[in-house]
Design a protein around this ligand. Structure first.
Ligand code: GRF
Length: 204
């Protein structure tokens, strides 16, 4: 049985593309039921439409409060019978309102090795700090900023001749592998949340 997922984006959507491709190839046992953006000009909406996935722009400015915006978002999730929500470059912090309803069913990719460098510029913050090892983290979303239970991490070693651009480009390639892998584990019901950790059950 395939798992119904929604992907939330704010920008270019290269992570979304990796999920689309890995779903199309059959690697991911998931149906992408909808893509939702908080920005009208997000290129990821185009990527969704090209693959005949329903794409929505839900304008935060149209709502007085964040929970009211999330209510509109949840109406779409419910309409599409979504089980797992994947934040793939969604640049908006979610409130308890939606997190409670989808507890341990909202997954985010963050471009740094959490708990180091939370926030909106993981690559930039890590690079400016002069780390020797960068990477990315997939975690379930809780009420904090990038503080939820960690599902997977992969490292991105800094090379002597790296520039910020090469570091980030390699990091994005890693993200495109790790996020689908974490979604796959969810679909296979192999993720068990234990406090702030996630245990991965071995496959059959
Ligand atoms: C990624 O680096 C992701 O980790 C971060 O935002 C970026 C989104 O890139 N949260 P894209 O829209 O998937 O290309």
């Amino acid at each position: 049985m395939k798992t119904n997922i929604a992907v939330l984006i704010s920008g270019s959507g290269t992570n979304l593309q990796s999920i689309i491709d890995k779903t199309a190839s059959g690697y991911l046992p998931a149906n992408i039921r909808c893509v939702i953006s908080d920005r009208e000009d997000a290129y990821g909406l185009e990527r969704a439409r090209k693959h005949h996935v329903p794409a929505y722009f839900i304008d935060p400015k149209k709502y007085e409060t964040r929970p009211a915006h999330e209510e509109a978002l949840m109406a779409v999730l419910q309409e599409h019978d979504v089980e797992l929500v994947v934040l793939a470059g969604y640049m908006r912090i979610l409130t308890k309102h939606i997190i409670d309803r989808y507890r341990n069913r909202i997954m985010n990719i963050h471009p740094a090795l959490l708990p180091s460098f939370p926030g909106t510029d993981g690559y930039g913050d890590a690079w400016r700090r002069g780390v020797k090892v960068g990477g990315c983290t997939v975690h379930f979303v809780n009420e904090g900023c990038d503080t939820g239970p960690i599902i997977m991490q992969e490292v991105n070693f800094i090379k002597p001749d790296d520039t910020f651009e090469s570091f980030k480009a390699r990091g994005l390639e890693i993200e495109h592998r790790v996020l689908p892998e974490a979604i796959k584990l969810y679909c296979e019901k192999r993720l068990v949340v234990e406090g702030c950790a996630v245990k991965i059950l071995s496959g059959r």
